[in-house]
Design a protein. Structure first.
Length: 323
């Protein structure tokens, strides 16, 4: 018989989950008290939070608990990296139905812990409650290591636009899953567990990045946030993007232009940054466009408005494939 959260109770579930969360040198006090205590060398703490709701952000028949743990941690750690900081810790709050299998929650904890451990970060606490809908809220903390944060508002005319990480893979995997398929495995795997170039964020900050953002809602949509905050015009060069064979083949099979996934797809959590034109781009960064004056807030492709989907918009009509 499958053991559920209701069988072990709240504190039994907490005991099972916290067993996955070892401390790191920055953790003075972890799970088990009223609050956690984290040591920071620079005195500055970068913080962000994100929420995942079943049926809105993931499906349990598409993703295991461990997959969702990786995704939840990656979404937050990418935001920390996009500020030029090193991720250090996670706080996790969950609302779970009593009949949810305990193994699913333990998988969630394992995924969170595994994503954190590759960065030397730790899960330091959180909260639990019962609810009809499975909901996961994650807060990430990071250390700027004495540097100033890289904001969205610093891009200047003449800067170059650069990308670190893969883009469009998770969106392609989502389309594959929504059509009832499970392959290509590389695309489906990218949707389930993003591969985020975390170290590219701090390295970009060191090399003088003027603005930076993580790509969660889509390349054009997120680049638009920088364009609006910086009051500049951003233009992308489509020839800078090489479409992998498995993405091109999937596009042909599913009737989707792969550039729709690249320009409008989110959830890969690649990093996008602008740099002064005379900067030698750090490793992992690829030039994909330029920043110009005029038409503040505009984002174009090859000098023209993109005619397809621009990216994800919360509070729009829910995707029926996730219900």
């Amino acid at each position: 018989m499958t053991e559920t959260v209701g069988d072990v109770g709240e504190f039994g579930m907490i005991d099972h989950v916290t067993a996955y969360f070892p401390a790191t040198p920055e953790v003075e006090l972890g799970p088990g008290d009223d609050a956690a205590v984290l040591n920071t060398a620079s005195g500055n703490v970068v913080a962000c939070t994100d929420m995942l709701v079943v049926g809105r952000h993931f499906r349990t028949d598409w993703c295991t608990g461990e997959d969702v743990g990786h995704r939840a941690a990656a979404a937050n750690f990418a935001d920390i990296a996009a500020m030029g900081a090193r991720p250090t810790a996670l706080l996790v709050a969950v609302s779970v139905p009593a009949d949810l299998p305990l193994d699913w929650v333990k998988g969630l904890a394992a995924g969170l812990a595994a994503e954190a451990s590759q960065l030397g970060a730790a899960v330091i606490g959180g909260d639990t409650t019962s609810g009809e809908q499975l909901t996961i809220s994650v807060t990430a903390l990071g250390d700027l290591q004495g540097r100033k944060p890289v904001k969205r508002s610093g891009a200047k005319p003449g800067d170059i636009v650069a990308l670190a990480g893969r883009q469009g893979w998770a969106a392609a995997g989502y389309t594959v899953l929504s059509r009832g398929f499970r392959s290509p495995g590389a695309l489906v795997g990218a949707y389930r567990r993003p591969e985020v170039p975390y170290e590219a964020g701090p390295s970009a900050a060191v090399m003088g990045a003027t603005a930076m953002i993580d790509l969660s809602d889509g390349l054009l949509a997120d680049l638009g946030h920088i364009a609006k905050a910086s009051q500049v015009w951003m233009d992308l060069d489509s020839t800078a993007f090489v479409v992998p064979d498995h993405m091109r083949n999937a596009g042909e099979a599913l009737g989707v232009n792969p550039y729709e996934w690249i320009f409008a797809g989110g959830d890969d959590h690649a990093l996008l940054a602008t740099f002064p034109p005379d900067v030698l781009l750090p490793d992992q960064w690829q030039r994909i466009g330029v920043v110009s004056a005029g038409q503040a807030g505009w984002v174009t492709v090859n000098g023209e408005p993109w005619q397809g989907n621009k990216g994800w918009e919360h509070f729009s009509k829910p995707d029926p494939t996730l219900s």
